[in-house]
Design a protein around this ligand. Sequence first.
Ligand code: TRP
Length: 457
Amino acid sequence: MNRANFSSRLGFVIAAAGSAVGLGNIWKFPFEVGTNGGAAFVVLYLFFCFVLCYPIIVAEIAIGRNTRLDAVGAFNKLGFPKWKIIGLLGVLCSILILSFYNVIAAWVIGYLFEMMAGNFAIGSEFSAFTSDGMKIGIYALIFMSLTAYVVSKGVSKGIEAAARFLMPSLLIVMLCIIAYALTLPGATDGVKFYLMPDLSVINGSVVYSALGQAFFSLSLGMGTLLTLGSYLPKQANITTSSAMITVTDVSVAFLAGLLIFPLVFSQGLAPTGGEALIFEALPKMFENFGETGGVILGSAFFLLLAFAALTSTVSMLEVPTSYIVDEWGISRKKAATIAASLIFIVSIPSLLSSGAVDGLTEFIQIGTSGQNISFMSLVGLIASDTLLPIGGFLIAIFSAYVWRSKNLHKELLAQNVEVSPIVLTYLNISLKYICPLILAIVVTITIFEGLFGIQVL
Ligand code: TRP
């Protein structure tokens, strides 16, 4: 079978980093840091990304490139049909995650329009904004259609082209805002909250939120990277590509925190603002740049954020689409339309759970906090904090014990690519022992504390 390839290794890294960098870095990371006590969360997050997630990224990409198939077909082809559960879990996970991710993307589109209209007051009207189910529904439909359009065009044309110039632009705008934010009165308190860890705040929920955030941010654990890897040319070095993806993603998240917390503290907002945090803190800052300056900077920021979200939603929709194309033999265009329509329907309750419908907003009491969480937060807790790490656990076990390190190494070293023996040894130990052990412990905490409210840590 003839499978389209990325035009170059850099093309692959850009596409994978485009998938990784998104709302997870700029919207989710700062609010998770804020609700989980600040710098201590950052420390855990960095540890999970580099020590735990990096080896799993390598394994996921290697399985994809070796089989050149989707996340379900890959395991069949390797001769372990039972393990296709990883792929099926991934298809389920991509549907769940995209269903709430698309809602946040819809908010971003809405804020883009508000910034273009110079309505900076929207920062303090966030809850009224998200309560308008009809409006958010229309934005969500626009965003999902855009995603389906890009996916139906195929991999190298769609994802690669978009990410190539948008990511650097986003970085430049972020750096400018950081430089300004750090000069604001009260900014140092924000930096302290963000960077001076108070380890006493660490509890079970801080630990599993940091792990879930690491997986979510790196697009790991549900076959996105496996699917992207299936388009990677043989001569590309998987270990260095994975390192570049990890470093890029973590850097953008780190900068987003450095951007948001000075703003939050200088405006006297609470860092625990949750999903609203960036939407409340940013507009007021743009207003400081005057009518014209604010409109330009604010619109540019939300436009680039929308594009960053699009490269992520594209990579998520790619998972069920690629599954339908490869396993059911349906055309890419039809497959993308079927998957996107299904996900849009699944997203409707999430869309209505930020104020539009009370029963969905205060959906269920879960975990140890004694508070009700929204339908959308519940989907996030199940999909990104629970299912992704379970997926990562299974990938580690599969590559170390079933497919075996020997075959993994063969794939990493294909076409005489050079990989340092230290890296290979580390990958070995990590995938065999460290990842399974730590993931098993943290997933247990997530299920007991997060889902059933039984304190274990
Ligand atoms: N990583 C993306 C972000 O941070 C979201 C994302 C894209 C994702 N593809 C994924 C998350 C696959 C989990 C799995 O915004």
